[in-house]
Design a protein around this ligand. Structure first.
Ligand code: ZN
Length: 132
């Protein structure tokens, strides 16, 4: 596994893109809307890893619901693997709970699943695999 990206929930990509591009000294390399998740994302390369800023596109978005209860900030950690299906089996055998065990199309050409934070010390963990 490697740390693929850190997901950050933001209220406004416009405001946060300005902030993070100043912080990192470079522009995002892409913005992408993921319809199935009702989020608009903005990606920055940081060494081997990335930052993924996430803005809700409607009130049903998981990001909108998250921001109803929490402040803006770190939302999830994403680890990339070679084979997401094998990794799901391995983690299930190890006793981890998933929000869903069915990989979905995520941003940035990935298949993704999420582990339930109650089985990961309160940290929302995304497992992702590059689509071929
Ligand atoms: Zn992510």
């Amino acid at each position: 596994m490697k740390l693929e990206h850190i997901g950050i929930a933001v209220k406004s990509l416009e405001v946060s893109d300005d902030l993070f591009s100043k912080l990192l000294g470079k522009e995002n390399y892409k913005q992408e809307t993921v319809g199935s998740e009702s989020v608009k994302t903005s990606f920055y390369k940081v060494g081997e890893s990335k930052l993924e800023l996430l803005e809700a596109t409607n009130s049903e978005s998981t990001i909108a619901k998250y921001l109803d209860k929490n402040r803006e900030g770190v939302h999830h950690l994403a680890f990339s693997v070679e084979n997401i299906f094998e990794e799901i089996k391995r983690l299930q055998t190890a006793g981890f709970q998933f929000i869903s065990t069915e990989p979905k199309e995520g941003a940035d050409n990935k298949l993704v699943v999420f582990l339930h934070p109650k089985s990961t010390n309160g940290v929302l963990v995304e497992i992702c695999q590059e689509k071929n």
